[in-house]
Structure formats: C-alpha cells, structure tokens
Design a protein around this ligand. Structure first.
Ligand code: MG
Ligand code: MG
Length: 276
C-alpha cells in the first residue's frame, strides 16, 4: 500500500528523508516477513473463485498472518479497516474488504497485503483472474507483471531509481497501457513507507543512486485506458476515471552487490511445499 502524492509528500518528500540502508541481518528478517506475505497471497490465490466474498479473503489472510506471529500492516493504518486491500476490476488500489463484494466469473481482483514481523515490514501484491477472463484483460495482467520484473531487473548498484521507473513505463506503454501517476512504490523497512518514492513513470533523471542494502517495494499500477484515477466516497477506494480495468503487482526487493533479491518471491513457497 502507498499513499497519494499529497500525503506521501508529507511523509517522504523524496530526498528530504534519508534512504535507510539495511544490514544483511535486517534483510534476513525482512525476507521472513515477506515470506509470510508471499505464503498468504499464494493461499488466497488458490481459494479465489466465483462466490467468495472479499471479506472472507480478508479473514483468511489475517488468520494466517497472525498464526505466523506477524500482524497485518494495513489494518488501522490511517484508519484503513481491512487487513487486505482488495480492488476489483476498475478499482486500482485500496479497495475495502466487504461481505457485499462477491467475486464473479470474469472479474479480476488485485490483492495487496503487508505484515509487520519482528519490527520489519513485508509488502506484496498480485492481480488474480476470477474464473475465465477476456483475452484483453489477460494481456493486461501479463504485461503488468512483466513490467514489475523489468523494474526489478534495474534494482542494482550503478543504476538510479528512475531506471526502475522508466523500465516499467517503457514496457507497458509498448502495449498501449497507461501508468497510474498518483500512487508510487516506496522504500520499506522498519516503516511500511520509507524513502525513496518509486514512481512507475519517468519523472526526472536525477533520482537517488541505487546502493546495496536498499529495500524497495516496486509496484506498477497499470490501466487499460486513461492513467487518471479518482477516489470513491468511502475515502479509500481508488478507481480509474474511465471505468476500464486496472492491474497491480508488487514485490519487496533487496538490492545486493549482484542480482536483486526478491524478498516476497512466491516461488519459494512452491519449492518449500515440494520439499515437504
Ligand atoms: Mg502493497
Ligand atoms: Mg507497497
């Protein structure tokens, strides 16, 4: 989860707050926090089907993360009522779980989840098809997830934050999609949202240089139509202005001397299951 620019600027204001580098020991704890998030998302993905309410998903997520001795990071954050952000179809981010929101065949659901574990945060998001979806929307999901990995591939020493932003934007715009501007990725650590801001579009070249020990939550929010969004009367749910579908994928990543380490990698869950 991330905040509107207006609010975020109060908290982060880009370069006004230092970027906090993490030790290897801290990265190890962050990997554990993010693996709880990853396991939760994998569990939810398996249970998503027509007829399930977003409230039920929220219950499953909170129960699981508490069993893992972590606490849901979003619940109560600035008054947010849920453990999950669940954003359906034209909803971009920050949708509120509800008994009244029942998944239907052809929907897409973006699930954003974060936990706090041993003082450190984990944060990751996926967009999941419900039943069978149109080819147009399937492509949106695929390209959005691809753009996340394009961004992650830039998270290495010698690059700048803008290289991540530009990699995401260049990939999705090739397909005619648009990048949400109002919300951005962020540093992560003992705070859910730390410096730097990580936009998913090129804003300016002179952004922070990427260094080993940075922990970054990279999270493209990509729309089929216009990049413009608005907030519903509930004060949280962000929707596309034209009502077209939107997708969201996020990983928390640690920068190393070599390849970036995807802390919230869900493939580790699958491997762990195979071993058992
Ligand atoms: Mg998130
Ligand atoms: Mg985030």
């Amino acid at each position: 989860m991330y905040l509107p620019d207006s609010v975020l600027s109060l908290l982060v204001s880009d370069m006004s707050r230092p970027i906090i580098l993490k030790s290897n020991a801290e990265i190890e704890v962050m990997a554990q926090a993010n693996q709880i998030v990853a396991e939760t998302l994998t569990m939810l993905k398996e249970r998503i089907e027509p007829g399930v309410s977003t409230w039920q998903l929220d219950r499953w997520a909170e129960d699981y993360c508490r069993k893992c001795r972590s606490v849901p990071a979003f619940k109560g954050y600035r008054g947010f009522p849920g453990s999950l952000c669940v954003s359906l179809n034209e909803q971009v981010v920050h949708g509120i779980p509800s008994r009244k929101t029942i998944l239907r065949d052809g929907d897409i659901l973006s699930i954003d989840f974060g936990v706090k574990y041993k003082g450190y945060f984990g944060d990751s998001a996926i967009t999941v098809p419900v039943g069978s979806i149109s080819e147009e929307v399937e492509n949106l999901l695929r390209v959005t997830e691809e753009s996340l990995y394009k961004g992650i591939s830039q998270a290495r020493p010698g690059k700048r934050i803008d290289d991540i932003s530009s990699a995401v934007q260049n990939h999705v715009e090739k397909y005619g999609y648009s990048v949400v501007r109002k919300f951005v990725g962020h540093g992560i650590g003992t705070d859910l949202h730390e410096a730097p801001e990580i936009p998913n579009y090129h804003r300016r070249k002179r952004t922070a240089r990427i260094l080993p020990g940075m922990a970054l939550a990279i999270e493209p929010m990509i729309n089929l139509g216009t990049h413009e969004v608005k907030v519903l009367k509930d004060g949280w749910t962000v929707i596309t202005r034209d009502g077209k579908y939107s997708a969201h994928f996020e990983h928390s990543v640690a920068v190393t001397e070599g390849d970036p380490l995807i802390l919230s990698d869900r493939r580790k869950n699958i491997e762990a299951k195979k071993v058992k």
